[in-house]
Design a protein around this ligand. Structure first.
Ligand code: HEM
Length: 256
């Protein structure tokens, strides 16, 4: 009698699994390329802020327009109430604050995610010393300079925006507050070190931003290097000039 062969299920047969589709941007962010885009775009926004902030702070060098009236105080008032009365008095300020905080958080989150991905891709550490000629000093130090800048931002907000760590702080009196803060030598030194760290971070950040966005034709390398050097140098020279000017007595408020 002919035997009928009964086949069981074949192991290894592909079974169509229903994968929940995530929004495109979430899927993209899960990849290394997506994280690099996020670092580049948020980095660009923060570079814009840092450059504009440094240029605005140059008003510290503008002389009093009349006794006790400092151009940087008026500039601070104007900035805090930007687009008023089209928007509520501090509406733009809060939009900028939320945007900036979002950019910082995303930048740090993507950096952390990339570090974890790199570690997983190479669980065994390099056995020989790495070729540090390829990785420049700036690129190797990104994590450390980033942490110094983050610590600086926390101190800086407590110092010149909230006045928590600045005993002579008076709300709205920017010229006086900067003098009161930077007359303290350890604080001035911290500002100088943090801004040099920021410059190193910016140099490598501007350079790698082009790589991350895919704008890295070797023909433009010297142009890229000049832009990175120019932005980093301008920010460091500008920002370091403020503590030096206070210590030298060039910026000096009569009641500090
Ligand atoms: C020596 C260099 C700097 C000086 C003299 C300076 C000065 C100031 C002053 C006076 C304020 C308060 C403005 C006001 O209340 O009207 C301020 C706010 C602020 N600064 Fe700086 N700054 C410097 C560098 C930096 C750097 C390098 C960063 C970022 C990396 C930064 C980020 C900020 C932020 C986020 C605020 C808060 C803005 C707000 O929400 O009100 N500053 N800065």
């Amino acid at each position: 009698m002919a035997q009928t062969l009964r086949r069981g299920p074949v192991s290894g047969t592909a079974v169509a699994q229903k994968r929940k589709r995530k929004p495109f941007l979430v899927d993209l962010y899960a990849t290394a390329v997506g994280k690099k885009y996020v670092m580049a775009i948020t980095g660009l926004a923060m570079i814009g802020f840092v450059v504009v902030h440094m240029l605005g702070n140059l008003k510290l060098f503008q002389a009093e327009t009349s006794p006790g009236v400092y151009p940087i105080d008026a500039y601070g008032d104007w900035l805090r109430s930007l687009l008023y009365p089209a928007l509520p008095k501090y509406g733009t300020l809060w939009l900028l604050r939320v945007g900036l905080l979002g950019a910082v958080l995303l930048h740090v989150h993507a950096a952390y995610g990339l570090t974890v991905m790199n570690r997983k891709a190479r669980p065994v550490r390099y056995q020989s010393s790495r070729d540090y000629q390829i990785a420049t000093f700036a690129s190797r130090s990104m994590r450390w300079t980033g942490i110094i800048v983050l610590a600086f931002i926390v101190w800086h907000l407590a110092d010149l925006t909230l006045g928590w760590v600045n005993p002579d702080f008076v709300y709205g009196e920017v010229y006086r507050n900067v003098d009161a803060s930077l007359s303290r030598i350890p604080v001035a030194i911290f500002y100088i070190i943090a801004n040099i760290a920021l410059g190193i971070h910016l140099f490598h950040g501007v350079w790698s931003l082009f790589q991350s966005m895919g704008w890295n034709n070797p023909r433009f390398n010297s142009w890229r290097r000049s832009l990175a050097t120019g932005i980093a140098t301008a920010v460091v020279v500008g920002n370091v000039s403020f503590p030096i000017a206070v210590l030298a007595g060039v910026v000096s408020h009569p009641s500090v």
